[in-house]
Design a protein around this ligand. Structure first.
Ligand SMILES: Nc1ncnc2c1ncn2[C@@H]1O[C@H](COP(=O)(O)OP(=O)(O)OP(=O)(O)O)[C@@H](O)[C@H]1O
Ligand SMILES: [Mg+2]
Length: 238
């Protein structure tokens, strides 16, 4: 469904991603794991057209359903059915929860399905329904994460990319967010996520890639990587 081939990306002269290749099949949850500064967010930003690959003699291609999307704008990519929840969330602080959600459904494929999408989101996150008339700026960190996920779902994506879904959340809420991601997958949405919480993400991932210093150093099935020595030592402190 989605494929990145030999991707090289940098900020000015500083190269951050080196020949990164990965694939996501329809219906999978795929995680990209790695330490701070490895280039995880850079990878997602490039996939959504917010950054451009470098000019090199490598493939530097990003394809979605067999169509090249590198070179498209974020706007065009969202219209194809890909949504990204960034680290920054970009909520509208002075709008209500409900209006923030409605803003997520501005593209054509989503507009007519607003009511249906809202019902699904309030089912996943009853808390958002309780707070629907509250200003986004007054939400707690966990509620903001729920709202960001909800708003992305309002665009009816087929592929959802999430940057650090568990960042800053307390353990109970982390479990809840990961369970919800699994539920979203069961509703037919394919998921590519980037995470530092290696244990929980491997638990729910079909497959995962490990990104270190801008390079993919390992890949495998979630369960397989959970048992891997390097992963256990470097990421699970076992
Ligand atoms: N706008 C920018 N300009 C220059 N360098 C940047 C910029 N954004 C990120 N970088 C650098 O690129 C590298 C990768 O950053 P990136 O945000 O992709 O890492 P990450 O894996 O998402 O890390 P984290 O887990 O801390 O979120 C870092 O060394 C960072 O300092
Ligand atoms: Mg990041």
């Amino acid at each position: 469904m989605f494929e990145v081939r030999e991707l090289n990306v940098g900020y000015g002269p500083v190269q951050v991603l080196w020949d990164v290749s990965l694939k996501v099949e329809q219906g999978e949850i795929v995680s990209v794991l790695g330490p701070n500064g490895a280039g995880k967010s850079t990878l997602l930003r490039t996939a959504l057209g917010m950054l451009r690959p470098m000019e090199t003699d490598k493939a530097n291609s990003i394809t979605y359903r067999e169509q090249r999307i590198d070179g498209l704008s974020p706007e065009q990519i969202v219209r194809l059915g890909i949504a990204l929840i960034t680290e920054e969330k970009h909520l509208f602080p002075d709008m209500t929860v409900l209006d923030n959600l409605k803003m997520g459904a501005y593209i054509k494929r989503a507009k007519g399905k607003r009511g249906e999408s809202l019902e699904l989101i309030f089912n996943l996150f009853p808390r958002l329904e309780e707070r629907k008339n509250q200003m986004a700026r007054t939400l707690s960190g966990g509620e903001r994460q729920m709202l960001a996920i909800g708003r992305a779902l309002m665009s009816k994506p087929d592929l959802l990319m999430i940057d650090e879904p568990s960042l800053g959340l307390q353990p109970l809420l982390i479990t809840k967010i990961f369970n919800t991601i699994k539920e979203i997958k069961e509703k037919g949405v394919t998921i590519l996520m980037v995470e530092q919480n290696v244990y929980f993400s491997l638990e729910i991932s079909d497959r995962a890639y490990v990104l270190e210093n801008g390079k993919i150093v390992m890949e495998g099935q979630g369960k397989e990587l959970l048992a891997n020595d390097h992963i256990r030592k470097a990421y699970l402190a076992m």
